[in-house]
Ligand binder design. Sequence first.
Ligand SMILES: [Mn+2]
Length: 495
Amino acid sequence: MRQLKMFGTSSLALAVLLACASVVAAGGELQDDLKARRERLMAKLGPDALFVQWSAPTRVYSRDVDYEYRQDSDLLYLTGLDQEDTILVLMPGNQAKREILFVSDADPKREHREGHLLSAEEATARSGIATVFKRSEFDGFFRAIMNRRAFRARSGEIDTEYDAFFAALAESRAKLALLFDARPGLHDELPPIYELARQARDRYPDARVVDATTLVHGLRQVKTAYERQLLAKSVAISADAHVAGMKAAFAGRYEYEVEAAIEAVYLKSGAMSWGYPSIVGGGPNATILHYGKSERKLLPGELLLVDAAGNYQGQTGDITRTYPVDGAFSVVQKDIYRLVFAAQEAGLKAAVVGNRTVDVEKAAAAVIKEGLLKLGLITDASGDQYRTWYTHGICHWIGLDVHDVGDYRRPLEAGMTFVVEPGLYIRPESLDNLAKTPENDKFAAAVRPAVEKYKGIGVRIEDSFLLSETGLVRLSTGVPRALEEVEALLQARQR
Ligand SMILES: [Mn+2]
């Protein structure tokens, strides 16, 4: 993992720098968008709900050094805040304080070590949330509200702010809405949401604990105009990065040199990290779906598979290109590349409003089966033989997470963003690992000559798309995709 950071136990300094930079860049547009996202969620939660979401925990990289901080994507979606130890509360039935933030208390010593902590005013400016309390006040707040006492009410003062929720509690129809999507592992520390849910079940039976994950993820599945702009910019940076990688990928160089060229473009462009660890695999490494070591020397005649994308202001696209380090595909490499390309094209034709991702998968698979049959890599296009070489799904949502949240059964609609990424991986051992049946033995024997011809070739072509009101938009046009265009770029490079 290359999430190493250089200064001390937290990357708050970096996080806050980024946060401030984006406030400047975004003006009020981001804050308006964040507010609209919360309004949509509150409309779905209803006036009886109390919604609580935590920031992500920090993670240890090595002893007292943390990984670069990664905010919880749902909290980022709702607040735009990249600071740890933050809690968002939504109370749709409240009068004025329908949105409440809890942020870290000021701490001069910690701020000297780790960087500036957002003041209440800064948290408001960044998130558009007017009511900001101290993090240390959260437990008292929760206890007061669940016991039907207005938080911070002065004695003798009548505070009607929370009356709708108190009425819901009195009538046992209150809901404590939490996001249970990130299930802890067996040995993980229990996340605070589980502790809060337990407390609520034990002590406050008038509030039902409900999982709001589907609501939040349903909203995240359709991108706002603001998110679309950010994602388009993020993917454009990643496309530039791929071009830089292509220009660096000569035989004799190492995979890590290509990776360095790619990731330098992220940083130079303001994408402060990758969206997922870069996959840079030459030769046989191109047949490893998530090869991460980047340590091998590129040899003449080999293909290089690069699957990489930066994280720009929280948005991550996904791009894969496969190309010959010498600048020209061999005849057998061309066979596989053209087939994968044709499968992607067929998938794209099916990526229309009203279809589902399964329709994209089916359209591409039909092309793959027919093509593999022609190449002699399968003997029967009606069954699952093609799965020997075509080993993963080709459609996933993109956004705050590279494999973004959302329901795959939901028909495609304008505002959805996803990839189409067919791939073929001719690993001879895939034949050896088939279940020992007479049919499989027959299949293996029949295709062995073709496997000998194509062995070691791995090709994936992946692009990032926005389905807009006017049709499918390829966000990753900045990097060539058609075989001839890929070769033209490679042949024009100078060492
Ligand atoms: Mn992908």
